[in-house]
Ligand binder design. Sequence first.
Ligand code: SAM
Length: 432
Amino acid sequence: MFGFRESMIIERKPDQDPFLLCTFSNIDHLKLYSSRSVLLKSAYEYWTHGSSLIDVADKLTISSDWRPQLHETWRILVHGFRKQFTQPEKIQRIDAFSDRLKIKNKFCLNNKADCSVGLFESYEQGLIEQPKEVFVGRWICDGARHLIDKYDVRKRYFIGNTTMDATLSFVMANMGQCQPNHITLDPFCGTDTRLGGILLACAELGSNVVGSEFDWRVLTAKAKPTKANTKNLSRNPDEMMHRNFSDYGTLNRFLGVVGADFAYSPWRPTFQFDSIVTDPPYGIRESSQHKSRRRTDKADDDEENPVAEKYDLTNIYGDLLNFANVYLCVGGRLVFWMPTHILTYDESLLPTHPCFILFSNDEQQLNRTVSRRLLTMIKIRESNNNEKAQVNEKLFSNFRDLYFTPNTKIWEQLNSNNADTDSSAVSKKENS
Ligand SMILES: C[S@@+](CC[C@H](N)C(=O)[O-])C[C@H]1O[C@@H](n2cnc3c(N)ncnc32)[C@H](O)[C@@H]1O
């Protein structure tokens, strides 16, 4: 999206610790990536790592590049993973490190230092005597974590009971590659178009944003406020959809919100979005089991006045992919959450469409039974012959029932099903 194809080469993925080692051929590319990343705390030029502070200091003597240059002022930032250091402990490490390396450069204790050296000690869970690994490197830039604080839901003027939290909203906006001159749609924007969440993050990263929503109470600001101690109060007259965009200085990117049942697209079929970023209803709480006037294949279905009925997950995800097939430009991204039941999840059952490839599938475990997955799909070509999405009903069958069933019961059921299948296989064999 920045106009270069080069991407980072990952040398080591974080496993038990948060350190990601990767190679960039150009430092400016790293800075561009970092400027949008809410999951990255800081980026450092990797110097070396070892088993102790003395070990890494000795390794650094091999190269004159791995230290502040002669004219530079410097400082050391000491960080622990799974261990917090007191100020005296930090000073002791700073002294030991600079003595060992015999660095004579002038110290500068604030962020104006020419060279900030990061010293990271990583510990095993519960073993805080000896670090497992020590990393050292030169600070290059910070990520965009300040956005999480800026968009903290608690600081927002207007929130609803389903508002997406700030970190995940920015992860979604990044997966959608939201950027200037793009138009992003959230077709189930709920409270978040008006109150913050997903579309606010997309607008912050540069996209022009638009939402649609079915619930008139959300659209007309009639839903009860959910901030602490405000449940029984009515909303303020200025608690309107544009207020959060206005507060964050992105009102010029807020194109508006449309009241619409997703099953009936209000958009011209020739109009195309650059990205669709959304959190459809999961239908777990009774109140969120929204209905739709979606036409069914039933014989008694009245073409003119379709009956409102439960909009089940299979239909929602089928409609979402078919919608994206029409309204997303080629190369555009469809980013959406999908609830899955942990014990019965099977990747081969994920929804597919011939014009889309699955780019990423990231799990967020919600409790011991249920996860949701952030799926990112890229439209790779225009459709011919009205190609349709495939959504396997098995993925969602009885999702709500499974959500409320204890895991032990599901295990019992799965085991008895397996036993049935085994015994039927045996009897078939015997018969043959
Ligand atoms: C999970 S919530 C989205 C929450 C949103 N991301 C937020 O941060 O507030 C799903 C939203 O979809 C809306 N919805 C449900 N059925 C719909 C339909 N048929 N058409 C359009 N919107 C619908 C619900 O009213 C709800 O606000």
